[in-house]
Ligand binder design. Structure first.
Ligand code: HEM
Length: 537
């Protein structure tokens, strides 16, 4: 593979100022006082009790006692690397985002993750992989917090905590730690046919990648690009690995997990150390605003893809990972990604899952990283200096100058100004028309749960289909409640009769032809007239 030298970039330079090299340095306390003896506590006599006045010991132990922070509530297990994005194509007609202009080279930090397992769980679990990128642009940080699967389990953010409680280990016995093969997951999924498409991907080889370097990445939701004139264009982001997409078989995944649960982490680290820098092409699917309602599916429904035959993927740039983090905790663990971190030229769409995510990330990071100043941690800092009137809070490290920290004020010294007052550009939300009653409902344009699941299953090769059938059979065989297994088989029947009957044969169950009444009752809570005929494209 082509070797690219790590480009010198402003983020690398900024991080260097925080790196501490302990080699050949005199040991000190946290306040810099030189330590003479690091072996013995201070005692009253050499066999006597230890003394509370031993500030050297207290300094060491008080810090040690606080070394662990809460892990991420989801995506706790992750591995990351630094890199750059280079843009080759001109898309100025669609976006004013500076880092997406032809010729732009932008530093970035990418964290891959599994979703369900704890921080110490195996890399090779059957699971979705997180694909979260922080771009350090000259207009501040833009985070594209995506996955390696282009759709999601649920359509509305209100269901997210329930989904996660069903996926994670059962609360009474914390089993199983990093697998989906348990009653609670399949119970939830079999009552939520909107998950059918995503579950099909999760049962496919995509959910057991050979390497983090060999996975596609997706922004998943529909976002909006906004150009200098304020015109919006819907966009889907794609990352296509130069090494191609490769997976392992399930029996290989199980063996690898047994031998080396850091398999993916080690593979990524070693490739970068050797100069085999992984690369991905950045592609965009562009949908004019006028076409928003043109498709048989709703582009705001995150359980649907926009097929590449319908809207081709235009390749606009290349991402290269070229540097391992210096320190796992300071960088990988403390990195904070958030789909609400936007820069001028990119905006969110009205996808109700994306809208809900915007609250959750900032909220959890305020908790996980100990308060509102996590933006000042080196890994999270933008490369441009932030300027605002926000003050104080735990672990503040910026030293704000001046007496003015409020707006409006008549003492201009020390107070940042708004871009609009000086005719400069700044983030402006896309001016889209909005109309309607305030309701707690789901659009019937979100009601087709099976067409794309079928499309995905039938697009797979016979071997890949065998793997999917094997995965459903294995997973459902671990479910203890026969009602749950039957409910899921009824869902599979709606997707593809042959799929359902082959899984059914393996489990010794005849697949029911109709959705279970409990499933139907749940679906009709969202769509009272279900089933609803999908719109013709
Ligand atoms: C991590 C919430 C849906 C991708 C997280 C975290 C939370 C969260 C609270 C932990 C963040 C942290 O501690 O820093 C939600 C909610 C969702 C949702 C409420 C739906 C309403 C999604 C979707 C995707 C996704 C649809 C993919 C497109 C990720 C990734 C991470 C993550 C990649 C890990 C980021 C990292 O590496 O630090 N999510 N999530 N999430 N989520 Fe979501």
């Amino acid at each position: 593979m082509k070797k690219i030298q790590p480009a010198s970039n402003p983020k690398v330079e900024q991080l260097k100022t925080h790196v501490v090299d302990n080699a050949n340095q005199r040991l000190t306390t946290n306040d810099g006082s030189p330590i003479y003896d690091n072996n013995n506590t201070l005692k009253a006599g050499n066999r006597g009790p230890s003394l509370l006045q031993d500030h050297v010991y207290l300094d060491k132990l008080m810090h040690f006692d606080r070394e662990r922070i809460t892990e991420r509530v989801v995506h706790a297990r992750g591995s990351a690397a630094h890199g750059v994005l280079e843009i080759h194509e001109d898309i100025t007609a669609y976006t004013s985002a500076k880092f997406l202009q032809k010729g732009a080279v932008t530093p970035l930090f990418l964290r891959f993750s599994t979703v369900a397992g704890f921080r110490g769980s195996t890399d090779l679990a059957r699971d979705v992989r997180g694909f979260a990128i922080k771009f350090y642009t000259e207009d501040g940080n833009f985070d594209l917090v995506g996955n390696n699967i282009p759709v999601f389990f649920i359509q509305d953010a209100m269901n997210f905590p329930d989904l996660v409680h069903a996926v994670k280990p059962e609360p009474n016995n914390e089993m199983p730690q990093a697998a989906s093969a348990h009653d609670t997951f399949w119970d939830f999924i079999s009552l939520m046919p909107e998950a059918a498409h995503m579950v099909m991907w999760a049962m496919s080889d995509r959910a057991i990648p050979r390497s983090l370097r060999m996975m596609e990445g997706f922004g998943v939701h529909t976002f909006k690009l906004v150009n200098a004139e304020g015109k919006g264009t819907f966009v889907k982001f794609h990352w296509k690995p130069k090494l191609g997409v490769h997976s392992v078989a399930w029996n290989e995944a199980q063996k690898i997990s047994g031998f080396n649960s850091d398999f993916h982490r080690q593979d990524l680290w070693e490739a970068i150390e050797k100069g085999n820098f992984p690369q991905w092409d950045l592609g965009v699917q562009l949908i004019p605003e006028e076409d928003e309602l043109k498709y048989s599916f709703d582009i705001l429904d995150v359980t649907k893809i926009v097929p590449e035959e319908v809207v081709p993927v235009k390749i606009i740039g290349t991402m290269t990972l070229n540097r391992n983090p210096e320190n796992f905790f300071a960088e990988t663990e403390q990195s904070a990604f958030d789909p609400g971190r936007l820069v001028p030229g990119i905006d969110v769409s009205d996808d109700p899952l994306l809208q809900g995510r915007i609250f959750s990330y900032m909220d959890t990071q305020n908790y996980r990283l100990g308060g509102p100043n996590f933006h000042e941690l080196p890994i999270n800092r933008s490369v441009n200096q932030k300027h605002n009137n926000q003050l104080d809070g735990f672990a503040k490290s910026d030293i704000l100058k001046g007496e003015v920290s409020y707006f409006p004020n008549s003492k201009q010294a020390g107070c940042p100004y708004q871009a609009m007052l000086k005719g400069e550009t700044g983030f402006q939300s896309h001016k889209q028309p909005v109309d309607g009653k305030k309701v707690r409902e789901r659009s019937d344009s979100f009601a087709d749960h099976f067409t794309q699941a079928r499309l995905f299953f039938r697009s797979q090769s016979p071997e890949e289909q065998d793997h999917i059938i094997g995965a459903y059979s294995f997973e459902l065989s671990k479910v203890t409640d026969p009602k749950i297994r039957e409910r899921e088989l009824a869902i599979l029947y709606q997707i593809d009769e042959a799929l359902a009957s082959r899984v059914g044969e393996n489990l010794n169950i005849t697949p029911p032809k109709e959705l279970d009444p409990l499933t139907l009752q749940f679906v009709r809570q969202n769509h009272p007239n279900y089933p609803i005929k999908p719109k013709k494209p």
